[in-house]
Design a protein around this ligand. Structure first.
Ligand code: SF4
Length: 366
C-alpha cells in the first residue's frame, strides 16, 4: 500500500484535468495538521508505508522541508514528491535541499513529449519545464517517476515515446506510471467516450504493448490491490533492449518469492540490484527467480550493466462505477483531516460531496 498526503490546494498551474480543483479555494494545510495526518496514517497502517507528498503543488507550501523531515523522523522510508516541476525548473537547488531533508524520489507530471499534448491537458507547453526539472533531479541524486495522464485521442499515441524517453534517461528516470484520465470531481467536462476519455486498465496495457513492445502479459497485480486497478511490469534495460522479467518468471515463482512479508519484499524488488542482492543473498526463492531470468542477460557482464525500469498502469473508478470489491482491496490511500480513504472513494464521494458527477475530470494532481 501507498498513500498520498495533500499539504496544499494552492497551485502555480490551472490544469484542465486537475481532479483536486486546485486554487478553489486556495489554502495550505497547516504544518501541525499535516503532522497529525502522517501520524494517523501510521496508526492505520501499523508500519510506515511509501508516501507521496501532494497538492495542489506541494513546493508552494513554505514548510515542505519540515514536513519531509518530520515524515522521515516518523519512520517513513520512501517519501516521494508529486510535482508539476515548475519550481524545481526555476530553482534547481530546491530538490537538493529537499533531498537533504529526506526526500527520496520525485513523481513528475509528464504527459508526453509534444507541446500540443501539454496545451490540451495542462493548458500550456510544459516541455521545457520537464527537461529542466529532470536535470534538477539528476543533480540532486533523486530518481524520477514519470506520471502520464492517458487521454484518448490526445496523448494515447505517445506511450511508446515516453518509454523511450525514460530509457534514454534511465540514470534518473526509474519508473513510469501510466494512469487513465478519469471523470473525477475536477472542473471540466471529460467525456465518457471519445476524444479525451480515459481507458480501462487492459486498454492501457494494450497501448504499451503496441507502442513499446512490452507485452500486456508481463504486467502483474500481485500485492498491488485489485487487478483492474493496478498492474506493474519490471523491465530490465540491457543494451537498449527492454526485457520484462515477468515474461520469464511465473506467478507462482513470484508469490513464493514475495512470501508473507510482501510489503518489504516488494519494496526490495523495486529498489534495484544492489539492495536486491543485499536482502536476498541467502534466499533460495530469490535465486530461483534469478536462474529463470538468466536468458535476459546474453553476456555475463549484462547482469552488472543492466538497469531496470518499472512500468505501472493504473485505472481509477468513476463515481457511477464504484465497485466495493475494488475499494476493499485498494492499495492507494489518501489522508485528510478525518482519516485515511481509498483514493477513488475519496475523490468520488468525499472531496466535493455536493458536486454532481461528470462536472469534471481526471487523473493526477501533480
Ligand atoms: S493537476 Fe496538479 S499541477 Fe495541475 S492545477 Fe492541479 S494540482 Fe496544479
Amino acid at each position: 500500500m501507498m498513500a498520498m498526503v495533500e499539504i496544499t490546494n494552492r497551485c502555480n498551474m490551472d490544469c484542465p484535468v486537475c481532479f483536486s480543483d486546485a486554487n478553489n479555494p486556495a489554502h495550505d494545510v497547516p504544518y501541525d495538521e499535516v503532522c497529525r495526518r502522517l501520524e494517523r496514517l501510521l496508526e492505520v497502517t501499523g508500519a510506515p508505508i511509501p508516501i507521496q507528498i501532494s497538492g495542489g503543488e506541494p513546493t508552494l507550501h513554505r514548510q515542505l522541508p519540515a514536513i519531509i523531515a518530520h515524515a522521515r523522523r516518523l519512520g517513513y522510508r520512501n517519501v516521494e514528491l508529486i510535482t508539476n516541476g515548475i519550481r524545481a525548473s526555476q530553482r534547481p537547488e530546491l530538490l537538493q535541499e529537499l533531498a537533504g531533508n529526506g526526500l527520496t524520489a520525485v513523481y513528475l507530471q509528464f504527459d508526453g513529449l509534444r507541446p500540443e499534448t501539454y496545451r490540451t491537458i495542462r493548458g500550456q507547453d510544459m516541455t521545457e519545464v520537464r527537461a529542466r526539472s529532470i536535470a534538477a533531479a539528476r543533480t540532486a541524486g533523486l530518481c524520477v517517476t514519470l506520471a502520464v495522464a492517458v487521454a484518448r485521442g490526445v496523448n494515447d499515441d505517445e506511450l511508446g515515446d515516453v518509454v523511450r524517453f525514460a530509457v534514454d534517461n534511465i540514470d534518473t528516470v526509474r519508473a513510469i506510471n501510466f494512469q487513465s484520465a478519469t471523470r473525477f470531481t475536477g472542473r471540466f467536462d471529460v467525456p465518457e467516450q471519445g476524444a479525451g476519455a480515459g481507458y480501462p486498465l487492459p486498454g492501457i496495457l494494450k497501448l504499451i504493448e503496441q507502442q513499446a513492445g512490452v507485452p500486456a502479459s508481463s504486467f502483474r497485480s500481485e500485492h498491488m490491490g485489485h487487478p483492474l486497478c493496478n498492474a506493474m511490469s519490471f523491465v530490465f534495460v540491457v543494451d537498449g533492449r527492454l526485457e520484462p522479467l515477468f515474461e520469464y518468471v511465473t506467478r507462482d515463482d513470484l508469490l513464493s518469492f514475495l512470501g508473507d512479508d510482501s510489503r518489504e519484499t516488494v519494496l526490495g524488488l523495486f529498489a534495484g540490484k544492489r539492495e536486491f542482492f543485499t536482502r536476498h543473498l541467502c534466499n533460495p526463492d530469490a535465486w530461483r527467480l534469478i536462474a529463470k531470468a538468466a536468458p535476459i542477460f546474453r553476456k555475463p557482464l549484462d547482469v552488472l550493466r543492466s538497469k531496470h525500469l518499472l512500468l505501472f498502469a493504473k485505472s481509477f473508478m468513476e463515481r457511477d462505477a464504484l465497485d466495493p470489491a475494488r475499494i476493499a482491496r485498494c492499495c492507494y490511500g489518501i489522508t485528510d483531516a478525518a482519516g485515511v480513504y481509498s483514493f477513488c472513494a475519496f475523490n468520488n464521494l468525499y472531496r466535493f460531496p455536493d458536486r454532481p458527477l461528470g462536472g469534471v475530470s481526471h487523473t493526477t494532481s501533480a
